[in-house]
Design a protein around this ligand. Structure first.
Ligand code: SOE
Length: 395
């Protein structure tokens, strides 16, 4: 069994989630290569050493450039804030390392374009690249996509996609990096709106061609971080400017002509992690809610009139995507399982010599939609075209 020695750059919330995926995937799936958790890199020597010990990485480092240059590293997994994605990913690809990069791909279209070009050059040398829109790998999401591809809803007329959280409703939540444009690129729009955009394009196989939207910042100043908070952002006393959006609301028009409505909010009081999508067609409809992630709701217009109604399909059968490797029917999966599925698909793609979805081209496509929403909001919510059509790669 050949091995794939992995280096993870970053060690925050996504570092914990990705580590769980690297640890668990080889214990659950019969992978064609064995990932080895070789080293995790971060800026604070003591903190990253503690993370390495806790999560099962063999070593820790404070120098990501040195890690990427090592000949004994095959894969680089980037879980840092978006302002370092481009520099790290391009250096890793040019060093011949396969790359998994967290979403959104970058903080700007220019960075995402450079990353997609680097990935294209690297692919010619057999080097793979993938962006971490992990919700594609919730079994219910892949199942929903497969049903749509089989024609279960018929022609897609409308899509409603939203991602609603409420962790910023408290005005005293401190000014962490996700609230600072120089680190995160945008706020709710890029952080969680990117998931809603990718989900809508992935499950329908359709490209968003133009958007009309508005973004807004509700709380414009927040307390600076306490020096010892351990959170990443600006420490100090007093308050600092929030430089990103709290809410993004926009309409999208697919190239097919179908219309979509989107919402990304960190002020949806009571909604904790509600990524939701509903796809409406002429033969039926399908819906998914991350807060009920083991099921889909299906409405079949072709059923006899007295039996039509949204019905819940529990996506826990062995026949459902990814499920057969886990537990018997009805034993449920959780948020963390998508990260094991992500590792499985990445390792299989590397060994097969095929870019696993979503590619950096898919990530660039999402970045262009994010950019178009911001330009629309700056232009009185005028319809704004998404810069370039990049085919949504079949997953
Ligand atoms: C925001 O709080 C966040 O952690 C996003 O950054 C993740 O991408 C999303 O999956 C969960 O919420």
């Amino acid at each position: 069994m050949n091995t794939l020695r992995v280096a993870m750059i970053g060690y925050g919330f996504m570092g914990a989630a990705h580590s769980q995926g690297w640890r668990t995937a080889p214990r659950v799936f019969d992978l064609p290569a064995e990932p080895e958790m070789a080293v995790v890199a971060g800026r604070n020597a003591e903190a990253v050493a503690a993370a390495a010990h806790k999560w099962g990485w063999a070593e820790s480092s404070t120098d990501w450039r040195e890690v990427i240059a090592r000949h004994d590293i095959d894969v680089v997994d980037i879980v840092t804030p978006g302002d370092s994605h481009a520099e790290i990913a391009i250096a890793a690809l040019e060093a011949g390392k396969h790359v998994l990069c967290e979403k959104p791909l970058a903080n700007t279209v220019a960075e995402a374009e450079a990353m997609a070009e680097a990935a294209e050059r690297a692919a010619a040398r057999g080097v793979r690249a993938m962006v971490g829109f992990t919700y594609r790998r919730v079994p219910a999401v892949t199942f929903l996509r497969n049903l749509i591809a089989e024609g279960a809803v018929g022609t897609v007329n409308q899509v409603r996609a939203s991602y609603r959280q409420d962790w910023l409703v408290d005005p005293e939540m401190p000014l962490a990096w996700r609230l600072q444009r120089e680190h995160s690129g945008s706020g709710a729009l890029g952080d969680i709106g990117a998931h809603a955009i990718d989900l809508a394009q992935f499950v329908t196989g359709l490209n968003i061609e133009k958007v009309s939207g508005v973004i807004d910042t509700i709380v414009k100043e927040r307390p600076l971080l306490d020096a010892g908070s351990g959170l990443s952002g600006t420490a100090g006393t007093g308050y600092g400017q929030v430089s990103v959006d709290d809410v993004a609301i926009f309409t999208g028009r697919f190239a097919s002509g179908a219309l979509a409505s989107f919402e990304a909010s960190r002020f949806a009081t009571g909604r904790k992690n509600a990524l939701q999508i509903e796809v409406s067609g002429d033969r039926g409809a399908l819906a998914f809610d991350l807060e009920d992630l083991n099921s889909v709701q299906f409405y079949d217009r072709t059923a006899p009139a007295d039996r039509q109604g949204f019905r819940k399909i529990l996506v826990t059968e062995a026949e459902h995507p990814y499920v057969s490797a886990w537990w018997p029917a009805g034993h449920m999966l959780g948020y963390e399982h998508g990260f094991s599925h992500q590792v499985k698909d990445l390792v299989e793609g590397i060994v097969a010599g095929a870019d696993p979805h979503p590619s950096f081209a898919d990530g660039l496509r999402v970045q262009r939609v994010l950019d178009a929403v911001e330009r629309s909001s700056e232009n009185d919510s005028a319809w704004t075209r998404v810069a370039v059509d990049v085919p949504v790669q079949a997953g």
